[in-house]
Write a protein that binds this ligand. Structure first.
Ligand SMILES: *Cc1c(COP(=O)(O)O)cnc(C)c1O
Length: 962
């Protein structure tokens, strides 16, 4: 029975379709929230507030030219369609990337679980014990398998790990001299990445066949691939000994799966071992993200690049994990840091470590033995058909000699859905893996035209082809943790036990300034698990990667549009790598102009540590430009620096809006002053969340920027990576963007060289940012920016009387974040930024960014994804904490014996002796009893204790006993 409604009051399908766009899911603020917040700030509309906040001089006049927003269902379906146009087949190309089986319990409960992937880098260790334990498992796994005592917690990929080894050798081998020698059988992409890095740093690299001995003369270090790209397993001992005799350090790039059956390089004398942990259950992802690794022998651990997890103690005297030796890192040492790595590959490192936990030493050995067995059986079958092999011993990779026929064999295999490696016109490369089956072998044999072999018979009659002298005799993964979680029930519970210890976005807001911890929507995340995206090898023929070609092309085009630049490369796999790539583009351009003598990089004192470290890596000298009283770049100091060094200035690196959280009016003048002096302008785009849709750095004066897709464009932080740091340039710098000798686009094979191991870097997570832009459209993205700025200003307005906001723009507004000045409070009461940050944990919050860019302050970035209630909950917690500080100020508590210094409080506060100056209730339930309270598993951690007593692998289980 019709309801009697009239046509005019019945909504149409189009109206209903448009009624609940994705932007309403992404932006946390309702219309009512916005109205309340605007009233508090004294603006009639969001547009009026943005007009006041964003300087007119940088505002873009036109709206973004992007495709219209789609619904979540439409984006999901389009993503499936694009994924389906990739042809993963069976990947047997090798070259450092191997098919693997991600245990479903790990895929679903780590890689696809927001309690792992939405966490931040574990700078607040008390709320990060879960991922820190997973990372110390990773370090123990790498250390055991490589036979070296200290391993770090992931590098960006194998190629950059090799480049970091080059840099480490130059730092650690002070007495050495001469070139760094790389074995010709190293992975080609590693050789390329190392060469680019060496050239930037003015170091010499020689590629030589090390099976023929070391080249004559001084050598500072050597790098050998184990097993080699060809499949040969080099005899390490003679090479390592020869290197040591020349005073060189020996670096080995090793396959961790092979190390379960081949003797550990550390045992054979290697000083440094690097590589990738991809084949420990991490999908191929068309080249990344994967966790690279590095392990070193004792005595050089202080030179290690990247993050290192160590064991320390908490205030209750129990062992606890935290990041160790942070004094080596770029945020402290800046241009003198051991590397520029900030965002690494934590989520993938967690995944790989859990693969080892799940399979254990025996399981891993079985997987490796089976992988080798398939290679051995295949080798025997090929030989029985009269086909010669490049090497009679191998682990998983065969070179098969088929004079003049290699291309035909590879093409025939492709017809059977198997990707082999075309080594040269006469040689085919084949790598077996955990995913290899008998039917794969049959397809491969068919491709070679070999038929009628009885594989079972060959299996019964063929011996192992591992090289005799190199079969592993030392044990590994003997720690309890690798021997206790082998059933799926145990594994599931272990994963959830660890993630429950951590505070991630699934628990509440993470208001970290500069880090943009916004929503990582499920619709954005889901496509990365589609086989078309997940299982593609990076070196398949371009025709088999049509989906990625389309996705990358669209994404690079949209990023160019939103930034106002002419060309974009998504190859760099973190912001730091984008910086390096951008500075290398500047170098390439200046060289070509005959201006190669320009080697000074100016940067304001507020610059992120990676800026300085990247400039040093790119062979530039850092000159700091002062900040004025109001936090802006001091234009007089800039003029003075340009007058002094003008003709030597290569570039200025400025972050916009500045890391002071302010839209500086002077930015256009900064750009023109540097341009007039002949320098280039690098605008660090990590804060692009304050500009998107409102201003374009490529239009207001930048020559080059990097973006952090893991900030503005919704790739989750993963607990400290993965990331993507695209570099965007104006046309004059475009010829100097990263290239890659194995690039699917042949026009990008030659150029300045590779910055990452894979042509498209962390390709596998690009669908996330692609989906975000496709879901939001121009209007949605612009709206998100305004909501982020509104939220930051609301926080600033409500907190200012309790914690003064340090910097503001000329109209009194901040950008998308604000700095709260705690220094007056500390001076008066002795309560520190740390105390406030740790006390926030008792209130159920992750602390804001601490002491960056100004020591003694907190930087708050709420993002657009929080609702007003959550913002108020945070603000109220901060105000309540200020009330506690006042009790110290009034003399009721000393700072030492206050609820602030005692924070965070664990559940132990509820039982046993209690001798504090405040009650148990005040300690753990500052806002009343809360059944949903987050309990930190450890009390305040002593950082210096852990650095003085460095332990970087799993402590014995007994040390946790009460
Ligand atoms: C995050 C950040 C970086 C570094 O990016 P990573 O991806 O962590 O390497 C650089 N500059 C600024 C201002 C940042 O906030």
């Amino acid at each position: 029975m019709p309801s009697g409604a009239t046509v005019s009051d019945t909504p149409t399908l189009s109206e209903l379709d448009a009624a609940s766009p994705f932007v309403e899911r992404h932006v946390g603020l309702s219309a009512a929230d916005e109205a309340t917040m605007l009233a508090r700030l004294g603006y009639d509309s969001v547009a009026a507030m943005m007009d006041a906040a964003v300087p007119a001089g940088i505002r873009s006049t036109e709206s973004l030219d992007l495709p219209a927003a789609l619904t979540e269902a439409q984006v999901a379906s389009l993503a499936r369609e694009i994924a389906a146009s990739n042809k993963p087949g069976e990947a047997m190309i090798g070259l450092g990337y191997h098919a693997t089986v991600t245990p479903p319990v790990i895929r679903r409960n780590v890689l696809e679980d927001p309690s792992w992937y939405t966490a931040y880098t574990p700078y607040q260790p008390e709320i990060s014990q879960g991922r820190l334990e997973a990372l110390i498992n990773f370090q123990t796994m790498v250390g055991d398998l490589t036979g070296l005592p200290v391993a770090n917690s992931s590098l960006l990929d194998e190629g950059t790990a090799a480049a970091e080894a080059l840099a480490l050798v130059h730092r650690a081998n002070r007495k050495g001299s001469g070139p760094f020698v790389i074995d010709a059988d190293a992975l080609p992409q590693s050789i390329e990445v190392v060469k680019v890095r060496a050239e930037a740093m003015g170091l010499e690299v020689v590629v030589a066949d090390l099976s023929q001995g070391l080249p004559e003369g001084d050598v500072i270090g050597v790098l050998v691939q184990y097993p080699g790209a060809s499949g040969r397993v080099p005899d390490l001992k003679p090479i390592v000994d020869a290197a040591h005799e020349r005073g060189a350090l020996a670096v080995v790039a090793a396959d961790l799966l092979a190390l379960t059956v081949l003797e550990a390089p550390g045992t054979l004398g290697a000083d440094v071992v690097v590589g990738s942990t991809q084949r420990f259950g991490i999908p191929l992802f068309y080249g990344g993200p994967h966790a690279g690794y590095m392990a070193v022998h004792e005595g050089i651990e202080r030179h290690l690049p990247g993050r290192l997890v160590g064991v320390s103690v908490d205030a209750e005297g129990r062992p606890a994990y935290r990041l160790a030796l942070q004094t080596r890192e770029q945020h402290i040492r800046r241009e003198k840091a051991t590397s520029n790595i900030c965002t690494a590959q934590v989520l993938l490192a967690v995944g790989a470590s859990m693969y080892a936990v799940y399979h254990g030493p025996a399981g891993l050995k079985t997987i490796a033995t089976r992988t080798h067995r398939y290679a051995a059986v295949l080798a025997a079958a090929l030989k029985s058909a009269g086909l010669p092999l490049v090497s009679e011993t191998f682990f998983d990779t065969l070179g098969v000699t088929v004079p003049g026929r290699a291309a035909d064999v590879v093409a025939a295999a492709r017809g059977f859905g198997v990707h082999l490696r075309l080594v040269d016109a006469d040689t085919v490369g084949i790598s077996t893996s955990e995913a290899t089956t008998r039917s794969t072998l049959s397809a491969v044999l068919n491709a070679f035209g070999v038929s009628g072999v009885d594989l079972e018979e060959i299996d019964r009659t063929t011996a192992s082809a591992l090289p005799d002298g190199l079969v592993r005799t030392t044990d590994y993964l003997t720690h309890e943790v690798f021997n206790a979680h082998h059933s799926e029930t145990q594994m599931l519970r272990y994963l959830h036990k660890l993630s429950a210890r951590d505070y991630a976005l699934d628990k509440g807001m993470i208001p970290l300034g500069s880090c943009t911890m916004k929503l990582n929507a499920t619709t954005e995340m889901e496509p990365i698990s589609l086989p078309g995206f997940a299982d593609l090898h990076p070196f398949v023929p371009a025709e088999d990667a049509a989906g990625y070609t389309r996705l990358v092309g669209e994404l690079e085009g949209w990023l160019a549009e939103v930034t106002g630049y002419d060309e974009v490369s998504i190859q760099p796999n973190a912001g730091s790598q984008g910086e390096f790539a951008g500075l290398m583009a500047i170098r390439g351009y200046l060289d070509a102009q005959g201006e190669g003598h320009r080697d000074i990089c100016l940067m304001p004192s507020s610059a992120h540590g990676t800026n300085a470290a990247s400039a040093a890596m790119a062979g530039m000298k850092v000159q700091v430009v002062k900040s004025a009283e109001d936090g802006t770049v001091d234009l007089d100091d800039l003029r003075a620096k340009l007058a002094d060094h003008g003709e030597k200035v290569a570039a200025i690196m400025v972050t916009y809006p500045s890391t002071h959280g302010v839209y500086e009016e002077g930015i256009t003048e900064v750009c023109s002053l540097v341009h007039e002096a002949g320098g280039q302008v690098y605008i660090d785009g990590a804060n692009f969340n304050a500009l998107l849709g409102y201003a374009k750095p490529g239009e207001f004066g930048g020559d080059v920027s990097h973006l952090n897709l893991h900030k503005t464009f919704c790739i989750p932080h993963g607990g400290g990576g993965p990331g993507v740091g695209p570099v965007a340039v104006r046309s004059h710098l475009a010829p100097y963007l990263p290239s890659h000798s194995l690039h699917p686009d042949t026009s990008k094979r030659s150029g300045i060289g590779a910055i990452s191991a894979a042509p498209y870097g962390s390709a596998g997570i690009l669908p996330i940012s692609w989906a975000y832009i496709r879901l939001m459209g121009a209007e949605g993205l612009t709206r998100a920016t305004a909501a982020a700025v509104l939220s930051a200003n609301y926080v600033a307005a409500r907190l200012n009387e309790h914690f003064p906001v340090l910097y503001r723009g000329e109209t009194g507004l901040v950008a998308h974040e604000c700095i709260l000045d705690l220094r007056p409070m500390t001076k008066e009461t002795g309560v520190t930024v740390d105390d406030v940050a740790k006390r926030l944990i008792d209130y159920g919050f992750h602390a804001p960014t601490m002491s960056f860019p100004v020591a003694g302050t907190l930087m708050v970035e709420p993002t657009e994804s929080e609702d007003l209630a959550e913002l108020d909950r945070f603000i109220d917690a901060m105000i309540a904490i200020k009330g506690e500080v006042d009790r110290v100020a009034s003399g009721e508590w000393t700072a030492e014996n206050s609820v602030l210094r005692g924070a965070p409080h664990t559940s132990r506060a509820l039982v046993g002796e209690w001798d504090r100056a405040y009650s148990r209730e005040e300690a753990v339930f500052p806002r009343g009893i809360d059944p949903d309270k987050y309990w930190p598993p450890v009390a305040r951690i002593d950082n210096t204790y852990g650095d003085r007593n460095l332990v970087c692998s799993c402590p014995p289980v007994e040390s946790f006993a009460e």
